[in-house]
Design a protein around this ligand. Structure first.
Ligand code: HEC
Length: 385
């Protein structure tokens, strides 16, 4: 292969800076986040101690998350610029061709197909990775919000969403870190050491090898359509104010996200005497033993043990000592009212007290269950003790 000196700009300086900010925040999030997911691990304990304890580790995690939110914000605004002002080709959008390319690559790797697919500005692998990042950022942002703002969340959603968000946040974190280590490292460093994200440029050979269709587009001038400077200025005049308003709204949202409330850990007033700030692993609680032999026998069905307290609570306000019927003592209850006895020991069916209570509409009404017991008490001879 004859070397040519020609190189092609792949990533502009702004994109490289964006990538660097992303790399730093992502790495910090992983390094400070995974030890929180696997707190009992020796490496985790080492890392947490290295940062000076769990509080600092969490603070660094939150700062890195804020940086990532700002990077995301910038990404949206710069996308808007490319979309509206430059009317650039949306080279990151998935197309049907990507499925064909994937299939062709699969066959090529198995040795079935002789040639690799010819791909454009972004290969199907790069698109997959980009959209996985978009998806991951949305998930991490939403679940991160729920953990950072538990009160606001529980105002909108049931409280179960907060532990669920924690589980999803941790699982997605493992997925994302593995994707970067395995997938991104492989395709950028192992498959072919691609330095374009640092230098900005790819050589002609690299372009020919990895993005032949893009190279062809550049050569024919189809990659970047020339823009009339007047049109450009006109669109900028529209876009800049819109972007400015959007930026203010997004910054306010980020500020609210970060400062709205404390995390679930600090929302509760700290009780350092009662609870350690950092519990590496919550021990699984053992089931409470059911008392068996020591269990108290159910209260005996006597006046003293059951009926007296019940009547005291439910009847005596009206049937106290002064009323025609007094239910305050055993003697008075057995004496009955002016109409005679209301309790006939051994015969609940003919006891006035039961007859009065059975329809269920007495001014002081017993529950079905209580009435059942009082009936049983009478049938048992209405014992006092
Ligand atoms: C809110 C007041 C009130 C409460 C509480 C109350 N009663 Fe009465 N009870 C009355 C009044 C008033 C009468 C008389 C009119 C009637 O028969 O409904 C009465 C009548 C009775 C009579 C019939 C007495 C007779 O000879 O005419 C019995 C028996 C009776 N109550 C039992 C009970 C029992 C048992 C309770 C508790 C579970 C109870 N009552 C709670 C107001 C109350």
């Amino acid at each position: 292969m004859n070397k040519t000196s020609r190189t092609y700009l792949r990533f502009a300086l702004a994109q490289r800076i964006e990538h660097l900010a992303m790399l730093v925040s992502f790495t910090m999030l992983g390094v400070t986040g995974l030890p929180q997911r696997y707190p009992a691990n020796r490496v985790s304990i080492f890392i947490v101690n290295l940062f000076g304890g769990i509080e600092t580790t969490r603070n660094i995690h939150h700062i890195a998350a804020t940086v990532l939110m700002l990077v995301t914000m910038y990404h949206l605004l710069s996308f808007g610029y490319k979309f509206y002002v430059k009317r650039a080709r949306m080279t990151m959008l998935p197309t049907l061709q990507d499925i064909q390319d994937g299939w062709q690559t699969f066959k090529y790797n198995l040795g079935i197909a002789k040639t690799r697919p010819q791909m454009g500005r972004y290969t199907f692998e790069e698109k997959l990775e980009y959209w996985a990042l978009v998806w991951g950022t949305i998930i991490m942002g939403l679940t991160g919000f729920m953990m950072w703002n538990p009160l606001a969340t529980s105002r909108l959603l049931p409280g179960e969403f907060i532990p669920a968000a924690k589980a999803a946040h941790g699982a997605e974190a493992v997925l994302a870190v593995l994707a970067v280590i395995v997938w991104h490292m492989y395709s950028v460093h192992l498959k072919h050491f691609n330095k374009a994200m640092w230098t900005g440029y790819l050589t002609e050979e690299e372009m020919l090898h990895e993005h032949p269709l893009e190279l062809a587009d550049i050569k024919t001038g189809a990659a970047e359509r020339p823009l009339d400077p007047d049109v450009l200025r006109k669109r900028q005049r529209v876009y800049y104010p819109v972007a400015g308003v959007l930026a203010v709204i997004m910054l306010a949202a980020v500020y609210g996200f970060v400062s709205g409330e404390q995390t679930a850990i600090t929302t509760m007033p700290a009780q350092p005497d009662l609870l350690p700030v950092y519990v590496p692993q919550t021990p699984t609680p053992l089931p409470t033993l059911v008392p068996t032999a020591t269990q108290k026998p159910a209260a005996a069905l006597t006046w003293d043990a059951y009926v007296a307290p019940l009547f005291q609570q439910r009847c005596v306000t009206c049937h106290g000592t002064v009323a025609e019927l007094s239910l305050d003592t055993f003697e008075n209850a057995m004496k009955g009212s002016q109409n005679g006895t209301v309790i006939i020991p051994g015969d609940s069916a003919n006891s006035l007290l039961i007859m009065i209570q059975t329809p269920g509409d007495h001014l002081g009404q017993l529950s079905t269950d209580e009435l059942q017991k009082v009936r049983a008490w009478i049938d048992a001879g209405a014992p006092e003790k």
